[in-house]
Design a protein around this ligand. Structure first.
Ligand code: 5GP
Length: 178
């Protein structure tokens, strides 16, 4: 068990299991994108560790870049807007793979997909380390999923609780009766 601030987390997915699964995702991407030089668009901060491990397991020519997503409410009627920050290179005609740490409601990914697709990439797919299918609030197609998990709060392997825990080399979960 580990403690971060006021919360206690228990082991959930161990390092070897994570790395074996990411190696398989890298293998699939290497096959699917042969001759296409994919561009990994990594969503900071949480996906940095997954992206590093994933890229080491892609054995075809590929590139990487990083974005941040900021959510803000412009007016009450428009609700939450999402802005993609930091994408300097053109993705026009590129084969883009968005790399995320976790898809929860899917709302962030949905907006990101919409924003990036307006720049007319050659193709666009999503790779996420973790996916909570029961939390999904919008239809979303996620091609590369590390692990489907139940709707509980997790930390480690890049994911934070109050900006801490990102350095953990395994994934931990908040117990149900915390
Ligand atoms: P969504 O728009 O899919 O609901 O939100 C995705 C974002 O919420 C993720 O990129 C992540 O920052 C955060 N998030 C969702 N679930 C978890 C979780 O269980 N643990 C952590 N650390 N972050 C989460």
């Amino acid at each position: 068990m580990i403690t971060i601030e006021d919360k206690k987390f228990v082991p959930f997915i161990e390092r070897n299991t994570i790395e074996t699964r990411i190696a398989a995702l890298g293998q699939s991407i290497s096959q699917d994108y042969e001759g296409k030089k994919p561009l990994l668009v990594v969503v900071l901060n949480g996906a940095f560790m997954f992206a590093a491990e994933l890229m080491k397991n892609i054995h075809i020519p590929c590139e990487i870049t990083f974005v941040r997503v900021s959510s803000y409410a412009k007016t009450e009627s428009t609700g939450q807007l999402t802005e993609v920050l930091g994408l300097k290179e053109s993705i026009r005609d590129r084969h883009v793979i968005i790399v995320e740490d976790i898809v929860d409601t899917g709302l962030t990914m949905n907006k990101l997909l919409f924003q990036l697709s307006t720049q007319r990439p050659g193709s666009i797919q999503v790779a996420t380390l973790l996916f909570k299918p029961s939390a999904l609030k919008t239809p979303l197609s996620v091609k590369y999923v590390g692990f489907e998990i139940e709707n509980r709060f997790v930390v480690g392997y890049g994911l934070d609780y109050d900006e801490q825990g990102r350095n953990l080399d395994a994934i931990y979960v908040l117990p149900e009766n915390h």
